[in-house]
Design a protein around this ligand. Structure first.
Ligand code: FMN
Length: 193
């Protein structure tokens, strides 16, 4: 095999390994992630495909003050739903997460465009997570009740009529990487003549 082909085969294998190896991260080390790395990941994320170049994504890089507000809100929602006893555990859990990003999609009056814009944002989210994974940083994409709460939008300074939350991303250096789980690929492929 010529050297250029060998190099590209190895680059392809590395890319496949990156994609396969990324795991949602639940438990994080306490060391912080550099703000610049997060900004770099977002710069790369936005090169995702997006129909009609709508660039429908908005990224909120959460600083410590807003993080505190969001954590208290998450604990408040937990207490509202499960009772006062649940508050402290929720807060402790979130205090163990080094950083947060919120991704929203701009709302459109057109249902098809909205679907496509959401799809584009999901592509951007994956770009962001892969970039960070390559840098050793794990992410968990979350969509719990908090992301549909008016107070969440208020904390972000986002207008819920103009944007919709796609994900509340938790990030940090992973403490544990969960084992991978996927169906056998034959179960999800139909090869047609
Ligand atoms: C749209 C979307 C929403 C998700 N919401 C949550 C969530 O609220 N909580 C959670 O623990 N994981 C959430 N996840 C992560 C999935 O549970 C995770 O991707 C799945 O278990 C596969 O694991 P992997 O990412 O390690 O391959 C979400 C993923 C997507 C794409």
């Amino acid at each position: 095999m010529p050297q250029s082909e060998r190099e590209s085969a190895s680059a392809l294998a590395d890319l496949a390994e990156l994609i396969r190896g990324r795991r949602s991260t639940n438990l994080f080390e306490s060391r912080p992630v550099a703000r610049q790395l997060i900004l770099d990941a977002i710069e790369v994320a936005r090169w995702a495909p997006n129909h009609r170049l709508t660039e429908p994504w908005r990224f909120y890089v959460i600083g410590p003050q807003t993080a505190d507000e969001l954590m208290l809100l998450a604990a408040e929602i937990e207490a509202e739903q499960k009772g006062e006893k649940a508050r402290a555990a929720r807060l402790a859990r979130l205090r163990g997460v080094p950083g947060f990003i919120v991704l929203t999609v701009t709302r459109s009056g057109d249902a098809l465009r909205q679907t496509e814009d959401y799809a584009a944002c999901c592509c951007a989210a994956q770009n962001m997570m892969l970039y960070l994974w390559q840098a050793g940083v794990g992410v968990k994409w979350t969509t719990g009740d908090i992301v549909r709460d008016a107070r969440f939008y208020r904390a972000l300074g986002a207008d819920p009529l103009a944007e919709q939350v796609v994900g509340f991303f938790w990030y940090g250096y992973p403490r544990i990487v969960a084992p991978p789980r996927r169906k056998d690929v034959q179960e999800i492929v139909a090869e047609l003549p």
